[in-house]
Design a protein around this ligand. Structure first.
Ligand code: 16G
Ligand code: MG
Length: 542
């Protein structure tokens, strides 16, 4: 490690005085103008991680659904997963040391992690469409090369595509080819294979309107379109040619406001979906004949997929261990439906993809979705081999079911939730089942719910347990929540400090929208009083 060169180049990416950032749920995220030093340092760190794991490491420059002025960075571990927790700590430490302590910090990490500095390092980089992303990715590259690492810059990619590239490169191409064409071909082949097996085409409408949040998903879907047409035709809106990234559009906006994005004309009963800014989330929705908006979120996506997979497993007669993973934000109706009607075991983890992903790996088939639309399905190696074998050996309908499962394995991104691949799975399932968007929506009715935010002086005064469903501190808060929840029917509420914003999040469910709104408001007041609220007291405005 040429420590002098590092010191010299580091000053070109100087850290603003006093700025402290944390590698949070989804990496570093803040205003783009504060991130240059973080990018350079994450380039250094990725080179160390690559040497230690003797594998390719990924770096994605994006702030996902955050405003265009923000940016962020995430490291991707060898099998396409999120960075290991100990390295998240190294990342935070390295991002925050002052210039004069950089050498020591790097040496410390190398020693603690027994990094072989003679080992080759290789890092792949992707970025979203933010105006700041290109320059910031150059700073990442600078960091990688100063530490003697090599790199491949993929340029514009969706976040899940970058995870896919890392996974492919570290499994010698067994998972797929590490190129965008490889990604398109693999997924389109599985999709076309699936839809060919559809004996009828449901509502006859194989057109889908996609709100791309004015982000990178639009570019990539355009590139991919001809690989899967005419089986599916996509009409893109908010494709980045006019509007601003994530502004009044995208999956996060639609889910949190429970309303359609700007820029999308919806005819009655037309199937529509929204991606977020880096295309790792998807939600569906439609407007009924009376003009009412219906949201189909991650919970209902998980339900559709789980019921389809269960039917196929029944057909092939395999008793594989299936589990559905949710977070506390999952609508109570979805959990009840999965457990009581579909009889699949449901598990709850803390918010954040890495927790769900990790839990899903415990099953032969682990289905995970956050209510916000981030999710995928993981197949264990054993389950995959079994299914591929049955697709050869079985006959008739059983063989067809095994072949469908085989294509489903290829279509789901095994590294991370992926809006494009999820969209293709959903479209294939609807076609195979001959199901309309209304029939899908009618599986169960969501319990009315409300999410609010409260500003407090230090959100870390709130600590939680039981997958964030119970508050441990500050004292008295959980008792207050319990007392409020008792006042409403079918009610539930919890609070947690956000991992991406400086706020406390409040979630409430109850038998009517008015009750959910007022329970959420009352819980917000309790947080404000007991956890050191600042600025204005929460107002009941919905
Ligand atoms: C990030 C997480 C997402 C989580 C959200 C919660 C990843 C890739 N994304 O977007 O899973 O739901 O943060 O945000 O991990 P919050 O902590 O601000 O509520
Ligand atoms: Mg995202």
């Amino acid at each position: 490690m040429d420590l002098d060169a590092i010191t010299k180049y580091s000053t070109l990416h100087a850290k603003p005085n006093g700025l402290l950032l944390q590698y949070g749920t989804a990496g570093f995220r803040t205003k783009a103008e504060h991130l240059d030093h973080v990018m350079f340092r994450m380039g250094l760190l990725a080179a160390l991680r690559s040497r230690q794991t003797k594998s390719t490491i990924g770096i994605m420059v994006t702030a996902s659904h955050n405003p265009e002025e923000d940016n962020g960075v995430k490291l991707v571990d060898p099998l396409g997963e999120m960075l290991a927790p100990t390295w998240e700590e190294h990342a935070t430490c390295l991002a925050n040391v002052e210039e004069q302590d950089m050498q020591r910090a790097l040496t410390d990490i190398s020693e603690k992690e027994a990094v072989d500095l003679l080992q080759d390092a290789f890092v792949v980089i992707g970025r979203d469409t933010r105006p700041s992303s290109e320059k910031l990715s150059q700073s990442v590259i600078h960091g990688v090369t100063v530490l003697g690492g090599q790199f491949h810059d993929y340029g514009l990619l969706t976040t899940p595509q970058l995870h896919y590239m890392v996974y492919c490169r570290n499994t010698n191409g067994q998972y797929g080819q590490a190129t965008v064409e490889g990604y398109y071909q693999k997924h389109a082949k599985a999709f076309v294979g699936l839809t060919k097996q559809a004996s009828y085409t449901g509502d006859g409408c194989r057109t889908l309107k996609v709100d791309c949040a004015n982000g990178v998903g639009a570019l990539k879907l355009r590139e991919m379109e001809h690989y899967f047409s005419p089986e599916l035709s996509v009409l893109l809106c908010n494709d980045g040619t006019k509007g601003k990234l994530n502004h009044l559009c995208g999956a996060d906006f639609v889910k949190s406001h429970q309303q359609p994005p700007e820029g999308m004309e919806m005819k009655p009963n037309e199937r529509c979906c929204s991606f977020d800014g880096d295309a790792d989330r998807i939600v569906y929705y439609y407007r009924d004949a009376d003009g009412h908006f219906h949201l189909i979120d991650g919970d209902k996506i998980a339900t559709l997929i789980s019921s389809f997979l269960k039917e196929l497993l029944l057909e092939i007669g395999e008793d594989l261990k299936v589990g559905v993973i949710q977070t506390a934000y999952a609508n109570g109706s979805s959990t009840r439906y999965l457990e009581e009607v579909m009889k699949v075991p449901v598990y709850c983890t803390k918010t954040g993809v890495k927790h769900l992903h990790h839990k899903a790996q415990e099953f032969d088939i682990g289905i995970y979705f956050e209510a916000n639309g981030h999710g995928t399905v993981l197949f264990s190696k054993v389950a995959e081999m079994k299914i591929r074998q049955l697709a050869q050996e079985l006959e008739g309908n059983k063989r067809k079911a095994a072949q469908i499962l085989e294509n489903i394995i290829d279509l789901f991104n095994q590294a991370i939730g992926d809006a494009i691949s999820d969209m293709l799975v959903i479209e294939a399932i609807l076609a195979l089942k001959g199901m309309t968007v209304q029939q899908w929506d009618a599986l169960y009715t969501d319990i009315p719910n409300r999410q609010l935010k409260v500003k407090v002086a230090d959100r870390q005064v709130i600590s939680t347990t039981d997958a964030e469903r119970q508050a441990l501190t500050p004292p008295g808060l959980q008792d207050a929540i319990d007392g409020l929840v008792k006042k409403y029917r079918l009610s539930r509420a919890f609070v947690r400090p956000s991992g991406t914003e400086d706020v406390v999040r409040v979630y409430a469910e109850a038998d009517s929208q008015e009750s959910a709104d007022s329970l959420a408001h009352e819980v917000s007041l309790a947080v404000f009083q007991l956890a050191g609220g600042v600025e204005e007291r929460p107002q009941p405005s919905f």
